[in-house]
Design a protein around this ligand. Sequence first.
Ligand code: CAA
Length: 283
Amino acid sequence: MTIKKVMVIGAGQMGGGIAQVCAEAGFDVYLNDIKEESYAKGLAVITKNLTRNVEKGRMTETEKQDVLGRITKSLQLEDAKDVDMVIEAAVENMTIKQSIFKQLDEFAPVHTILASNTSSLSITEIAAATKRPEKVIGMHFMNPVPVMKLVEIIRGLGTADEVYTAVEAMTEKLSKVPVEVNDFPGFVANRVLMPMINEAVYTLYEGVATKEAIDEVMKLGMNQPMGPLQLADFIGLDTCLYIMETLHEGFGDSKYRPCPLLRKYVKAGRLGKKTGRGFYEYS
Ligand code: CAA
C-alpha cells in the first residue's frame, strides 16, 4: 500500500495540525471543511506555524512555500475520489462521523484507507457505516499536533493487518511515534487522562483547593507541563465532558461520572480557551 495523497477532513485545531505535518512530510494533502471560512482559518494557523519555523531557522522560506503548495482546498467529500488515505478530524459525534464515513466509502477508491482521529468513539462502530471495515482504523493525534510525538493507532474489530502496518509506517514518516491500542472507550490516552482531569474538577468543586493550587500541585509535584484544569481549557471543556460521557456509557461504571461542575461550565458556554473562558480567562 503506497500512500501519496491524503485528505484531511476538518480544518480545526486537530485537522489543521494533521494537514500541516502531512504536508511537511511530503504528502499531497486535500484539506477539507464544509465551510470556506474554516478552511481559510485553518490555513492561516498552518501558515503562522510554518513562518515561526522559518524565523527559528528550522525551515527555509522556499521549503515553507513547498509545504503550503502541497495543501489544496477541498469543500466536498467527492474529492476523496483520488486519495490513498483519508484522516477524518470532524466533530466528536458518532452520527456525523458515520455519515462522513458512509459517503467516503462511496467516493473513495477501493484501496483507500479511512482513518478517524476520534479521541474516544468506537472505531468498530464507525467502520460499520462502511462496506470496508478492514480499511477503517483510528489515528489519534495529540494537541498541539506539530509538537506532540504520540499517535495512538487503534485497531477496530475488522481492521486488516496490512492496513495497520501501512498506517504505522505512515505515522513514522510524519516523524511521530505510533503506539498500538485496541478499540475500547477512550482507548488508552483518554481512558487515563480524562478521569484525572475530571478528578481535578471534583477537587475544585469540593473546595479542596483553588484552581491555581490544583494546577500548581500537578505541575510542580508531578512534572506535568501544564496543570489538569489548564489542560482541560486547552482541550475544550465540551470535549472533556463528551469523553467522560463516552467512558461512563461505554463501561457503565460510576467511577467515570462527569463532575457536575464540568457540566455546569459547558452549559454556561465556558468551553475553555476557544471561547475565551473556562476555568481561566483568556484574552
Ligand atoms: N502549534 C505548533 N507549535 C506549538 C504550539 C502549537 N499550537 N504550541 C506550542 N508550540 C511549540 C512552540 O513553538 C515551542 O517550540 P520551540 O521550543 O521549538 O520554539 C514549543 O512548542 C514549546 O512551546 P512554549 O515554550 O511556548 O510553551 P510550553 O513550554 O508550555 O510548551 C506545550 C507547550 C508543548 C503545548 C506544553 O505546554 C505541553 O506539553 N502541554 C501539554 C500538552 C498535552 O498534554 N497534550 C495532550 C492533550 S490531550 C489530547 O490531545 C488528546 C485528546 O483526545 C483530548
